[in-house]
Design a protein around this ligand. Structure first.
Ligand code: PLP
Length: 416
């Protein structure tokens, strides 16, 4: 069967050795998975989830008890006062956009303290000129870069002591940069420092790819508002679209009024049959995140053995599900991504090519043979075509499928 799938004996042997090396890491991942499963189950129990919550509304979506209860469940799981969990959010980028526009007013300053945010936010902020950007509304943007993967504490404190920083943005996952992902302890520490000198500023976290990787979320350590996509971690591979925002009640209200309209806020929003999928997705999320982490650890170790430069290394702590591999040349990078596509359940016969994607600056190659289009909690691999040719791989609904996809990708790269 491996032969039919196109994997050599040599590679299988290497996979076996790799799995031997990573046993301890798997045990740690399983512990976190059990803890987060308990969190989810407690939230379901506390809110007495039953079949009535799988209801569906159409039109304005008034009085949708499933939707309202799902938002309580998410809030509980994330340790937040309230949440907004909606299919009307098109993507993580959209949820971040709505949140930023909801918090900021002309003359305010948005300060990113984790360097340049995710590429798709360039046009939202106005780093890339756009007539609909925050900048076009007179909202300023400032940025403080990380130094050696740490917050530049002195600069940050000095800046937030002064006036008009309305919102601080922290992005935990690395996006398409070469920095490390940011551990929650570091987020907690900098929030404490900021609060010593400024109690007003809104601290927002882009939590994409980070949920359930550890046992706590940023809202449990002082963040005011967090945002993430449901075709990533918390959708558990079941949610067909959507995103969430969670945090302080008044901030969630503001966000809801920007997503729908002032005066209507959270009260409207038809669920169109999505409630059961959101609940089931959250239910699966701890173990799907664990499978993604195992896939990442496996890939990290086996590619390290093959002489490439993975980050994090297999035994380094992780803050997100993303595994990067530095290939050093575009050919291996492209072959690897194409191999991930070949090892996918959907569209395994398509060959992805680098293209000019809307919202991104460089050409990007995206391998995603997923049940849900663009879902990156399913095994997927993408890369901007620029030096030093780094692939960003993430997801894996089950470890077994994840491992098989990685093997197929390596085989494709090594074919010649
Ligand atoms: C994926 C991601 C986003 C954007 O989410 P989409 O759903 O792809 O729009 C934003 N920030 C980070 C860190 C991400 O990983």
């Amino acid at each position: 069967m491996y032969k039919e799938f196109g994997i050599d004996e040599d590679l299988l042997k290497l996979a076996e050795e790799t799995e031997n090396d990573i046993k301890e890491e798997f045990k740690k991942i399983e512990k976190v998975c059990e803890y987060n499963s308990l969190k989810v189950l407690n939230a379901f129990r506390e809110n007495n989830i039953s079949e009535v919550h799988f209801n569906s509304t159409t039109g304005y979506g008034y009085g949708d008890i499933g939707r309202d209860t799902i938002e309580k469940v998410f809030a509980k799981v994330l340790g937040a006062e309230d949440s907004l969990v909606r299919g009307q959010f098109i993507s993580g980028t959209h949820a971040l956009t709505v949140t930023l526009f909801a918090m900021l007013r002309p003359g305010d300053c948005l300060l990113s303290i984790s360097g340049k945010p995710y590429d798709t936010l360039d046009s939202v902020i106005g780093i890339e000129e756009n007539k609909s950007s925050l900048k076009s509304y007179g909202i300023k943007y400032e940025q403080i870069d990380l130094i050696n993967n740490n917050f530049d504490k002195e600069k940050i404190i000095e800046r937030v002591k002064k006036k008009n920083v309305k919102l601080i943005d922290i992005q935990r996952s690395r996006g398409y940069s070469t920095r490390e992902s940011i551990q929650l302890e570091k987020v907690e520490e900098i929030i404490k420092e900021i609060r010593k000198v400024n109690q007003e500023v809104i601290i927002m976290i882009d939590n994409c790819y980070c949920e359930f990787v550890g046992t706590k979320e940023p809202t449990e350590v002082g963040a005011d508002i967090i945002v993430g996509s449901l075709i990533k971690n918390l959708g558990g591979g079941i949610a067909p679209n959507g995103a969430y925002v969670a945090g302080k009640k008044e901030l969630i209200e503001l966000t809801a009024e920007r997503l729908t309209s002032p005066g209507q806020g959270k009260e409207v929003g038809p669920t169109l049959g999505i409630n059961k999928q959101f609940l089931q997705g959250l239910f699966f999320a701890p173990s799907v995140v664990a499978s993604s982490l195992k896939t990442a650890v496996f890939a990290s170790r086996i590619l390290e053995k093959l002489g490439y430069k993975p980050s994090p290394l297999y035994n380094e702590p992780r803050a997100d599900i993303v595994q990067t591999i530095e290939f050093g040349n575009s050919e291996d990078l492209i072959k690897y991504c194409q191999g991930i596509q070949m090892g996918s359940p959907i569209d395994s016969n398509s060959i992805p090519e680098p293209w000019d994607m809307p919202g991104y600056t460089d050409k990007v190659i995206m391998a995603a043979g997923a049940f849900t289009s663009g879902s990156s909690i399913e095994l997927s691999c993408d890369a901007p075509i620029r030096e030093p040719y780094i692939a960003y791989m993430q997801g894996g609904l089950t470890y077994e499928y994840g491992k098989l996809g990685v093997l197929k990708a390596i085989q494709n790269m090594k074919k010649e």
